[in-house]
Ligand binder design. Sequence first.
Ligand code: ADP
Length: 229
Amino acid sequence: MNEPNPAIFLHAVERRYRQGEATLDILTGAELAVWAGQSVALIGPSGAGKSTLLHIAGLLEHPEAGEVYVEGTPTSRLSDGERTRIRRTEIGFVYQFHHLLPEFTALENVMLPQLIRGLSRKEARVRAAELLGYLGLKERVQHRPSELSGGEQQRVAIARAVANAPRILLADEPTGNLDPKTSGHVFGALTQLVQASGLAAIIATHNMELAARMDRRVTLQDGRVVELT
Ligand code: ADP
């Protein structure tokens, strides 16, 4: 029986930065495959290369060598336009800070990516309301970000990230800015969503308790991905 393709597969990925005379080897042959419905915690100290790996997985940065496959499709030789299209349709991002647009309501913030993709206002509104309801924000849809708590803002950011039904969710310290209890709630919402919607998720976190709730845990050692058991 054929194994389905991983939703995302980083193969032999190398990334280095030049700093004056010195070269920083950040990724030196990183391998990571994540299947649909699977959540992977990316753990490691600051500076280990977690954000770099997420940027490469999200097609925001090119590696010096190696390949990123999205649903089995190699992406390194695609045009910028094609990479942008894949990023918009297949990949959702959540950052440490929510980056919601302050002048728009929660509902409108989740509608926006769908409108940009060409959905009608009505379709976008229905999907946004459904997602926000799923994330426990039914009573908050008309609130602006400044009228929401940190945890609520971050749940809106999660709803926005998955508004266009991506196959892959990449999150960089999504609860890094929240107190432990709120982090637990937001993380619970995130993992539930990953399972319910069959997303493949890579979530960078410092929090081992939260990492323990995910399907797999990996770290970066000398620029390579190492599976933790
Ligand atoms: P993490 O997310 O694990 O904290 P990063 O991926 O942000 O790690 O960074 C890994 C290393 O690469 C750090 O030492 C950082 O200073 C360096 N780095 C990241 N981006 C750049 C860049 N654009 N130019 C030079 N060095 C960079």
